[in-house]
Design a protein around this ligand. Structure first.
Ligand code: NDP
Length: 492
């Protein structure tokens, strides 16, 4: 059994069974059997279940929020953001999934005589390994397009947060899904490793070091995979930016979900002429945030996920302080509030030797640096082994777009920090050590399918293969050369 605790209080909130190898074998066999019928039904039938699931999520949002909060200790608003993103993912794929999955006609080898089309077929069994920071969203959000494209799914949620994942599955079954098509198997990392032995496609969301191990295991089986990994996301604020808006954006970007958001801001490059004015605003806002544990809506920032993680976050702050960084606000552990609380923390003068300047902290800590101009801000922003998300505030839309294109990240948000996650129509993912592959948009559903190309010579009565036999003298070869030249000119 795995005992689940509320990190905000240390109290026990439930337990789940830890899966063994035989559970995987059984679940995979049942899922593959159920998937055959599931792949054969029309998209509209599959989407009807997802539509009912969407409505159930909204109907039962209070119960879902209680469950998420109970095992993460996060603020209710942060839990609510999971509901918004799950509903948005379902809504997007209900509206666009059929279009993304539809067959596509393509240029034929010989126009008018042959045909070519692509059809998208499900892999069969998709495996998802998910982290604890958004346990409801990440266990079901990526499963929705996998199911809609005709796959069965087995999820291995984080052992710290299994209850939200189980609840998501219960709602999907209540919406009408065959229980064998979506299974949650719980346990620590080695249970995730077992999952990889059974599935045809693996979607992993988690830390970069685990992502490497997962990639090796998937490569050994030659199964395709995607990795949604960590970040050290930069924000750029230049002269002309609306400083109150940018400061509010940073508070959301750095402290939402207690700073445990893969796309959250951890470092800010501010033009030196506005550094003092911007920093003052941010410090005022951060210092007034209400932190604590409550199921009421008035708490701004909740607990970190565990005491171990709180110690890692505090360690980053302490090491930065000892190496010369200034703590402008926050910086303290708040054991008076619970075992894993750390104050929202703003640092400046952080030396490049400090871990917090390069490694992902994944907590409520942000470092602000003064830079002379946009070029230097871009250079520093790109000076990272990560490349997930970035945020740009300049007050000039054109300049912001130019900067966005120069940033080495999978996404860039202008006048926002976290907008990318709920922009469901565009792909989201990382470059460099932040990942491989994309969720959302067309790519987020086609990744669960294999493209099969069907080409046909029906129009020419099977004549395509016989074409070469006509090339039995130079004049015919020369004629073909003329046709090829003309063809290129026409551009067909
Ligand atoms: P981890 O990498 O520690 O764990 C992620 C999942 O992998 C968990 O379910 C974990 O199990 C499992 N796992 C651990 N070891 C193995 C293994 N050897 N083989 C297979 N599975 C394994 O990440 P965290 O849970 O700590 O999550 C935080 C990280 O996730 C941060 O780096 C964050 O940036 C990233 N993240 C990225 C997102 C993105 O979209 N790019 C979104 C959200 C988070 P268990 O925990 O039970 O041991």
């Amino acid at each position: 059994m795995i005992q689940v605790c509320n990190p905000a209080t240390g109290g026990s909130v439930g337990s789940v069974w830890c899966a063994g190898a035989s559970d995987f074998a059984r679940a995979a066999a049942a899922a593959r059997e159920a998937q055959k019928a599931w792949a054969a039904v029309r998209f509209s039938e599959r989407s009807e279940i997802v539509r009912r699931f969407h409505d159930l999520v909204l109907d039962q949002h209070d119960h879902i929020l209680d469950t998420i909060q109970s095992e993460t200790g996060k603020a209710r608003r942060d839990a609510f953001s999971e509901i918004v993103s799950v509903a948005g993912t379902a809504r997007y794929y209900l509206a666009h999934g059929a279009g993304h999955l539809s067959d596509r006609h393509r240029d034929a080898a010989v126009p008018a005589f042959t045909e070519a089309e692509i059809v998208y077929k499900p892999y069969s069994l998709v495996g998802l390994i998910t982290p604890w920071n958004y346990p409801f969203l990440l266990s079901i959000g990526d499963a929705i397009p996998a199911l809609l494209s005709g796959n069965a799914v087995i999820v291995k949620p984080s052992e710290l947060t299994p209850l939200s994942a189980d609840l998501a599955r219960r709602l999907m079954i209540e919406a009408g899904l065959n229980p064998n098509l979506l299974v949650m198997l719980h346990g620590p990392g080695d249970v995730g490793a077992e999952l990889i032995r059974h599935v045809d496609y693996l979607g992993f969301t988690g830390g970069t070091s685990t992502g490497r191990k997962v990639a090796v295991a998937a490569a050994e089986r030659l199964i395709p995979f995607s990795l949604e990994l960590g970040g050290k996301n930069p924000m750029i604020v230049l002269e002309g930016a609306a400083l109150d808006d940018a400061a509010a954006g940073l508070i959301a970007g750095a402290f939402a979900n207690t700073g445990q958001a893969c796309i959250g801001v951890e470092r800010v490059y501010v033009q030196d002429s506005i550094f003092e004015a911007f920093t003052r605003r941010v410090v005022e806002k951060a210092a007034s945030l209400k932190i604590g544990w409550s199921k009421d809506w008035d708490v701004d920032m909740g607990s970190l996920i565990s005491t171990a993680h709180a110690q890692k976050v505090s360690g980053h702050i302490e090491q930065a302080r000892l190496s010369g960084a200034k703590v402008l606000t926050g910086g303290r552990s708040r054991v008076d509030l619970g075992p894993a609380f750390v104050e929202p923390t703003i640092l400046t003068d952080v030396p490049s030797s400090a871990d917090v300047s390069r490694q992902e902290t994944f907590g409520p800590v942000v470092s602000i640096y003064a830079v002379p101009n946009a070029d230097e801000a871009i250079r520093r922003a790109n000076e990272s082994e990560f490349g997930l998300n970035a945020s740009i505030w300049t007050g000039d839309g054109r300049q912001s777009h130019i900067i966005a294109r120069r940033l080495e990240t999978g996404s860039a948000a202008i006048n926002s920090t976290l907008l990318i996650y709920n922009s469901f129509a565009v792909p989201m993912g990382g470059v460099k050590l932040s990942g491989i592959g994309r969720r959302h948009g067309e790519q987020g559903i086609l990744r669960y399918t294999q493209a099969q190309s069907i080409v046909s010579s029906v129009q020419s009565h099977g004549g395509y293969d016989a074409l070469l036999s006509y090339l039995d003298r130079p004049s015919r070869a020369n004629l073909l050369v003329k046709i090829l030249r003309l063809w290129r000119k026409i551009g067909l």
